[in-house]
Design a protein around this ligand. Structure first.
Ligand SMILES: Cc1cc2nc3c(=O)[nH]c(=O)nc-3n(C[C@H](O)[C@H](O)[C@H](O)COP(=O)(O)O)c2cc1C
Length: 386
């Protein structure tokens, strides 16, 4: 199984991620990680920070001559802003205190609950880690998961299906061949008719200093049947995916397949009929309502998971009422630099989390200390199904 752990604050010197459980012999380049980090910056409506945040990435361990060693893999992502010295004093690890504590917690952020829980009187002690900058470290780990999955011909991609009030048609879903087109869209939307509506929503929200949420759909192509298990609550892959997607900052709902829709129809219209394709010697489903998961296991069909992101809590026009924790006087929440929306970027993070779950469960099913062993076990299992 694959495990990963991140460390680092939003304006600290760097983020670090350690990935454990990889087989030896996986070809991996630092450029693969840098490319994914660049994808995480995509999206219309993102503020200047996204432009100057050039991620400087380095392998610290676990890779030799372009291949994994089977040992823990560690990746460093430097914060380019650190070099300017702007945050050196504010985020120093040396003893001291800030001259300007943030005492007006933002509704909808981790500020107040975190201050109460950890006994802080400066919201920065909370927000620096709660900030979604941490997702850069996850995306770095997710790159490795994607490279591993590619070895067994699994690909994971995402597209934005709703941004604010503008919803896209999902009559045509992107395939792995369409990824460049999705990434080429300013809102990472595959439906060109809805793209303009989404951009209009962003422009209108920006004009009044407001923010927007939305919905991202993650698709898993080539997923083998039988990842996850029905035998225990914590081995069900739908549960793992929901947890992984909900763990992304600002995600408030997860749907597998047509989860919310089928709740309102009869059973006869809710499930995916099974047929046998004699030519391909494979089972087929005649619809895709279950999102490729039954009984906590993947079915081998297209994996579909949707995740809903709330509007960003930090607004460029601070109007949300709060209280100053020092004086208890009513005020409006402080203004941090913020984007109008991060839904397009969140799609890349959602791909990451789904890839990490699929890679972990693939390693649990197929095992292998070396890549060759992992792939051989996978191929033998696939052959046995025919
Ligand atoms: C990719 C990404 C970017 C984000 N950018 C911002 C941002 O610019 N401003 C903001 O207030 N929240 C942003 N968030 C959301 C906050 O991190 C999140 O709302 C906060 O940590 C509180 O967690 P919760 O919303 O899950 O309760 C972003 C989330 C993601 C996934």
């Amino acid at each position: 199984m694959l495990r990963f752990l991140t460390a680092g604050e939003s304006h600290g010197p760097a983020l670090v991620v350690t990935v454990e459980g990889l087989p030896a012999g996986l070809p991996i380049l630092i450029g693969d990680v840098a490319d994914e980090l660049a994808r995480r910056r995509l999206g219309y409506g993102r503020g200047p920070r996204m432009r100057f945040e050039t991620d400087d990435v380095e392998f610290l361990g676990g890779v030799r001559h372009g291949r994994t060693l089977g040992s823990p893999l560690a990746i460093l992502i430097r914060n380019s802003e650190w070099a300017t010295g702007k945050w050196a004093e504010e985020m120093s690890s040396e003893p001291g205190r800030t001259a300007s504590p943030l005492t007006q917690p933002r509704p909808g952020h981790a500020d107040l609950a975190g201050m109460q829980k950890y006994g802080f009187n400066d919201a920065r002690d909370v927000l620096e880690r709660a900030s979604a900058r941490e997702t850069a470290a996850r995306v770095a780990a997710g790159t490795i998961a994607k490279v591993l999955l590619a070895q067994i011909r699994v690909s994971v991609l995402s597209h934005v299906v709703q941004l604010g009030g503008a919803a896209a048609s999902i009559a045509h879903r992107p395939t792995p061949d369409d990824l460049a087109q999705v990434d080429g869209s300013e809102v990472r939307c595959f439906d060109p008719d809805s793209e303009a509506d989404m951009i209009r929503e962003i422009k209108e929200a920006a004009k009044v200093g407001d923010s927007l949420g939305g919905v991202v759909e993650v698709l898993g192509y080539g997923v083998p049947p039988g990842l996850g298990s029905h035998v225990h609550w914590d081995r069900r892959i739908d549960g793992m995916l929901a947890q992984a997607l909900m763990s992304i900052q600002a995600m408030k709902a997860v749907e597998i397949g047509e989860g919310f829709t089928v709740a309102g129809v009869r059973g006869s219209a809710a499930h995916d009929a099974i047929s046998w394709d004699a030519g391909a010697r494979e089972y087929r489903r005649e619809s895709a309502r279950a999102g490729g998961i039954e009984g906590g296991m993947t079915t081998g069909d297209l994996l579909v998971a949707r995740v809903a992101m709330k509007p960003l809590a930090t607004l460029n026009r601070p109007v949300l009422k709060t209280v100053d924790v020092e004086t208890k006087a009513e005020t409006v929440s402080f203004k941090e630099r913020t984007d109008v929306t991060a839904v397009p970027a969140a799609g890349v993070v959602a791909e990451t989390m789904v890839s990490l779950v699929l890679a972990s469960e693939s390693l649990r099913k197929f095992g292998g200390d070396s890549l060759a062993e992992f792939v051989r076990n996978h191929d033998a299992y696939r052959a046995s199904l025919r």
